[in-house]
Design a binder for this molecule. Structure first.
Ligand SMILES: Nc1ncnc2c1ncn2[C@@H]1O[C@H](COP(=O)(O)OP(=O)(O)OP(=O)(O)O)[C@@H](O)[C@H]1O
Length: 439
């Protein structure tokens, strides 16, 4: 992916200016709003070809205020590459892959907010996520980024959000899970799909690879106008999923990572050899004894193990939250909210929480059990998503894998081979060694 050249305006380095605590952005907003100064408009026009954040806000300076308000001064690689493609005229489709925590959500949220016409009070953008929790999280990003753009509103197409029969939605953006979104477009006609201009599939590979999600997403897609822009995003795309995505998306722009680029170097990966789940627990306690962990996520294969582990950790006086698939979705969302607020420091979970959840303070991810598919083969994609809950947006992170049998050693070796990435051994009885890896 190419980098954006520094922005020039006469002798001014606009890029540096943009990075000055957002004051420059705020000045543009104030001035543009107050007097629509032609000079500023001309400047924005000049910059729009170079700077993706400015590109989005050319006609909507309120968005720049939202972007800066979130503390974003500089776009990530995926943002600077994808935004110009998503905002080009005429609209272009995009299938984009970028590592976990690199700002994909922010990228497509900005694209949606840039595209909506606030004067039209009907849905114009649909965004489909695989889970209730992720839909809520993305909705919050839309709310934050659109904070200074009150004319644009959002509604959640998620289970439990019951609308009156016959009503027509007035919100410009609808975010939700595929089943409810399909019902709202089809059965209940709350949304007129023919008026949709942008269709986003977040975690697109799982939306395509999971049978039920795929059927629903494709049925929604078929109702949309031919020229509706399709945007597919994920950190992982298995080969078969990739080719399917290209078949369903007409003439797409493509941003694809090489296999060896998929893992982030900022996340250090280790494994620990143990003989039983009790030994794994003992290792975990040693890790906690040796390093300061802001927040941790621990992944288990089954709900039973997750429940057991959460109980053991509580007995050791850890503030633990437990999240698993059998919980009601609202309950799950509440657990994640508490964890995000730091009320609990450890989240023990199954794969239900492996993807997308963005909690900045997570400094360690533990695979108490390695991720395997239903045939017992390594689940490389889930591995990447799980460890990607740490090391968000350039931060450093630590991922520790617990290996308790020959079979799990074999799984680990295959994961290493798949990503061509060495996972180092760690002796958790050696406290100095553990301390060193956290440095
Ligand atoms: N330009 C930016 N500057 C600073 N922080 C950013 C920027 N863009 C995104 N972030 C922050 O980085 C974090 C990760 O972003 P985001 O959740 O969009 O990543 P993602 O690529 O969608 O991750 P995942 O693959 O796990 O779904 C978020 O906390 C977000 O607020």
């Amino acid at each position: 992916m190419s980098r954006v050249p520094p922005l020039q305006l006469g002798s001014l380095q606009i890029k540096d200016k943009l990075e000055e605590n957002g004051t420059f952005g705020a000045a543009i907003v104030r001035k543009t709003q107050r007097e629509c100064a032609t000079q500023i408009q001309r400047m924005l026009q000049k910059m729009r070809h170079h700077h993706p954040f400015v590109l989005c806000v050319c006609s909507k300076p309120q968005l720049l205020q939202g972007v800066y308000g979130m503390g974003f001064n500089r776009p990530s690689k995926i943002q600077e590459t994808a935004l110009p493609m998503m905002l080009a005229e005429p609209p272009q489709n995009l299938i984009a892959q970028s590592q976990s925590g690199t700002g994909k959500t922010a990228a497509f949220v900005l694209a949606m907010l840039s595209h909506v016409d606030p004067n039209k009070t009907y849905p114009q953008c649909l965004c489909v996520s695989p889970t209730y929790e992720l839909a809520l999280q993305t909705g919050k990003v839309i709310e934050q980024m659109g904070k200074h753009y009150p004319e644009v509103s959002l509604v959640y197409a998620i289970r439990g959000n019951k609308l009156q029969r016959g009503m027509k939605l007035q919100e410009q953006i609808v975010i939700g899970t595929p089943g409810t979104m399909l019902d709202w477009c089809g059965k209940f006609k709350f949304i007129d799909p023919k008026k949709i201009m942008v269709f986003v599939l977040d975690e697109a590979d799982v939306m395509i690879a999971t049978q039920g999600h795929q059927d629903q997403s494709i049925r929604i897609q078929r109702m949309l106008p031919k020229n509706c822009q399709m945007l597919l995003f994920s950190a992982t795309f298995e080969e078969t999923v990739w080719s399917f995505a290209q078949r369903i998306v007409p003439d797409p722009n493509i941003i694809k990572l090489k296999r060896e680029e998929e893992t982030l170097d900022t996340i250090k990966q280790y494994y620990v050899l143990c003989n039983s789940r009790e030994e794994k627990f003992h290792s975990l306690c040693n890790i906690y004894g040796a390093i300061t962990i802001a927040q941790a996520m621990i992944f288990c294969h089954t709900r039973k193990t997750a429940g057991w582990l959460a109980g053991e950790l509580s007995r050791e006086d850890h503030q633990v939250a437990l999240l698993s698939g059998e919980m009601q979705v609202e309950q799950r969302a509440a657990v994640i909210d508490r964890f995000r607020e730091g009320k609990e420091k450890v989240l023990v979970t199954t794969n239900v929480c492996a993807r997308g959840i963005d909690v900045e303070q997570v400094s360690v991810v533990i695979n108490f059990d390695l991720p395997v598919d239903k045939d017992g083969n390594p689940d490389n994609e889930t591995y990447l998503h799980r460890i990607g809950r740490t090391g968000r947006f350039g931060k450093r992170g630590l991922a520790i894998n617990m290996v308790d049998s020959k079979m799990s050693m074999n799984i680990l070796n295959r994961i290493q081979e798949h990503f061509s990435k060495k996972i180092e051994k760690l002796d958790t009885d050696d406290l100095d060694e553990i301390e060193k890896i956290s440095g």
